[in-house]
Design a protein around this ligand. Structure first.
Ligand code: MF3
Ligand code: CO
Length: 238
């Protein structure tokens, strides 16, 4: 679904258009939207553009322009189980700085997967995201006030999974745990603000941000990444 939605991103379309297409895709795939009506949320996707980090509400007035970056975050429920995943992509040609931000945010997720093994501990995942991002030397902001989460028969389950290092390693990971891991990274400061729509989260300093998320299953080895389409697999997951 995200492969198809990200292919539709081009200058001139609106974020409401992407949401309409998402709704059709969810139905075609035999799922039910899990974002729609979640605590009153009005759409099937979150479409967060440029300095919007997450939870941007799709709108017919939000026309994508060349050079923008957009995070599409969506999920569905099938046979009682929830998915939650997000990709950030460029609209037409984007700046090298934006491409790098998107690539580094995605890579921080896969770096963290190496730590996401039964027997390791929850905040090893958090620390691995932070180490990767800090290791880029780009001075990025790691959003602290929003986290990944457990996922299963509810979209948001315990525990919260921060993207920064904690002073202890946290609970042990067990095969069969299902988690949504979602680094949110800005080009500037990590602080966030909420817009007056009470949903859209933006960076406090106006810097642009990227978001990447998958639903994963902890195993005794490398985790199973449950929300990876062909496009992601072709891009490589190292
Ligand atoms: N993927 C989002 C998150 O984990 C879920 C958004 S719920 C919605 O925060 F209601 F905002 F859509
Ligand atoms: Co999530």
């Amino acid at each position: 679904m995200l492969d198809e939605l990200t292919d539709m991103v081009k200058p001139g379309i609106t974020t409401a258009y992407l949401d309409e297409q998402a709704e059709k895709l969810i139905e075609k795939l035999g799922g039910k939207p899990n974002f729609k009506n979640y605590e009153g949320y009005p759409a099937c996707i979150c479409a967060s553009v440029n300095d919007e980090i997450v939870h941007g509400i799709p709108s017919g007035k939000r026309v994508l322009r060349e050079g923008d970056i957009i995070s599409i975050d969506t999920g569905m429920v099938i046979e009682g189980y929830h998915s939650d995943a997000a990709r950030t992509v460029g609209v037409g040609d984007i700046s090298p700085e934006c491409s790098l931000l998107i690539r580094n945010t995605r890579s921080s997720f896969f770096a963290a997967m190496k730590a996401a093994t039964a027997g390791n501990r929850l905040y090893d995942i958090s620390g691995a995201v932070a180490s990767y991002i800090e290791g880029t030397g780009m001075g990025y902001g790691i959003v602290r006030e929003l986290t990944g989460h457990g996922i299963g028969t509810d979209m948001h389950e315990k525990p919260m999974i921060p993207n920064y290092r904690k002073r202890f390693r946290g609970p042990r990971l067990r095969a069969g745990n299902t988690l949504a891991i979602e680094p949110m990274i800005s080009m500037g400061r990590p602080e966030i603000e909420m817009l007056d729509d009470d949903w859209t989260i933006v960076t406090g300093d106006g810097s642009w941000a990227a978001h990447y998320e998958n639903t994963i299953l902890i195993t005794d080895g490398y985790p199973e990444i449950l929300s990876l389409g062909d496009k992601e697999k072709e891009m490589g997951c190292e």
